[in-house]
Design a protein around this ligand. Sequence first.
Ligand code: GDP
Ligand code: IMO
Ligand code: MG
Length: 429
Amino acid sequence: MSNVVIVGAQWGDEGKGKVVDLFTSWADVVVRYQGGANAGHTLVVGGVKTVLHLVPSGVLHPGKKCIIGNGVVVDPEALMDEIDLLRSRGLLSDPSQLVVSENAHVILPYHKRIDAGREKQKAIGTTGRGIGPCYEDKVARRGIRIRDVLKASALRDKLESRVGEANAQIQALGGDKCELQPLIEWALKLGERMRPYVGDASEVLSHEVAKGRAVLFEGAQGTLLDIDHGTYPYVTSSNTVAGNAAVGAGIGPTAIHSVIGITKAYTTRVGNGPLPTELHDSVGERLRSVGAEFGATTGRPRRCGWLDALVLRYAARVNGLSGLAMTKLDVLTGFEKILIAIAYKLPNGKTVSEFPSDPELLERAQPIYEELPGWKEPLGDQREYEELPENTRRYIERVEQLVGVDAIAVSVGAERAETIVRKNPFRHP
Ligand code: GDP
Ligand code: IMO
Ligand code: MG
């Protein structure tokens, strides 16, 4: 067996949760390694919809170990709400099924207030979950970690020195400051509730790897939201690319054998920043309404457009993709023509076929499209690749050719079962 990373190949919401849930049937362990409750991963099984923000998307499979790695920023309230919900449904009855790294950083109320205040100054369109300010504290070496909310004396010392500074920031941004004592009490209470799940995630995971267990690393957000490789500054505050799976989980990169990029059959983005193939017409409207393109975390409408092969080629490069999984093909049923961006015309007159790294050029890039014939048949009941309409296969195969990576899975509906798996990702070539 091998270990597989799942990453978003676009701007998030590609259907990572659905694919991770499905692939968990072949895995023993599922690990979140970055991001926080800005993620919204939707799983639909037997008509029951579950949206997960922090708990790995393997949790619906009893007995499969779920790990929240050191690289995740944990909102303790969001985590406990999610655990309570899962437990009320008879899941996670054994607390040892979930391990939360004691080194993961904690999102505190002041992080959310700073996030909200900053949005009023320069709108990135964040999820407002305090993600950026928490990662800032981590890098500035003044963060509060899960281990700290388990020890009253350590927590008091650390918060005493931090809260004054955080409050100054909040007040400069026009927000309400946080009181120290209630904050300490709040954090310790949640710390007690999290205690049964907290452990040395790196050690637990390395034992699983040593035993030859199959591990699925569940990325959050998407490649173009990566702090280094995304459309900076309109990005999230962590490395979303596959290379960070090792760092954020506490294992070495040699434990990773393959990387699957999840892509929608078209493009969406929620929040601000460049989106070259964005459509402001009836086609964009149709993708949004048929695809139900509203954020799983904030409910915001997603910006929609045609598939962008430059984005996917770039994702293949920076993640080292070994396979693609293409979701939401069913949404394209009924379009007479389907377009794929194959190059950009830049404001300097040049035509490029590689994703430009210069944000000013990207902002004004005009996509050059290739047109493919559409199909009329609904796809939801299809379970065999060969039985898909010819034009659907032609579309998938053209994308594979443009990106240089094979589509190992194709999703034709939100349900776990509405998927065609062409190759088991855990099997070595
Ligand atoms: P994630 O953040 O990458 O896990 O994706 P989200 O859950 O935020 O958004 C993906 C949305 O598309 C969810 O509502 C899924 O239930 C839905 N979805 C996933 N795959 C398919 C598919 O193949 N077809 C359709 N129609 N919906 C899908
Ligand atoms: P999943 O895992 C889509 C976007 C926000 C904003 C930017 C920064 O469900 O794919 P942040 O709150 O992280 O500081 O916001 O990143 N964003 C996402 N967009 N899917 C996500 O997660 C996202 N997480 C953050 O909309 O543009
Ligand atoms: Mg999502």
